[in-house]
Design a binder for this molecule. Sequence first.
Ligand code: FE
Length: 287
Amino acid sequence: MRPVARVFHGNETLEGAGVRLHRAFGNREVPALDPFLLLDNFRSANPDDYVAGFPWHPHRGIETVTYMLDGRVEHGDSLGNSGAIDSGDIQWMSAGSGILHQEMPQRKEGVLEGFQLWVNLPAREKMSTPAYRGLTAKEIPIVETDEGNRVKVVAGSFGGSEGPVVGLPVDPTYLDVTVPPNGTFRRATPPGYTAFAYTVKGQGRFSPSSEEPVTGQTAALFGDGDAVDVRAGEEGLRFLFVTGRPLREPVAWYGPIVMNTPDEIRTAARELERGDFIKERKVLVEE
Ligand code: FE
């Protein structure tokens, strides 16, 4: 059984043109969560905290995974692709060799909440053709277990259901798990893979040997093993459960661009200045 190796409480930060968000982990934690680079959780009932959004910016060398629990983010890229990510939807974007885009949360009543996870690309795929996978809520299977757990399967498999995001280099699992009060969630995990959980709501123990329950906007990184065993507290527990194959490659990180060497970062900066950052005049749109 995997123990909890580390707990990340994260910190409040300002990103984009002034979006207030909770960063669970980021460049200071590299390489603890390899192949995952960053997890942001935005959650606010005040539109001033998010409407400034994330205007035009580049990405290269990573995948960005945007998951909306509540609210809408409109996005568009410099090649003319555009769309919206609504409540329950996921956009899994592979920036590959380069994309210039904007992501704009839309004003709403009540709480807007969502996540963005950055997944690293292996060296051999950092300069690949950019690709989008846009998944609406109804395309993502939900598994209800005998124990009363409700599991939304974005990537990887659970209870015989396969998530729609497949064929990615780090072989990711991405589950949105709701466990009833005092319930248990167990799942096998490939040994050697990185696994973490991020608490969305409620509290629980992420390993039978954990003394302290985890609560609030907290990420728990699991130690190695072949399964996880999570126990919900009295109010129940909702968490994101994410696993992936570590890349074990050098990381050179400059803002929204993550490569392997400082030289590749300098090249990207020079290309942005010169205007030849975008390598592909098309973006693959995958279902
Ligand atoms: Fe972005």
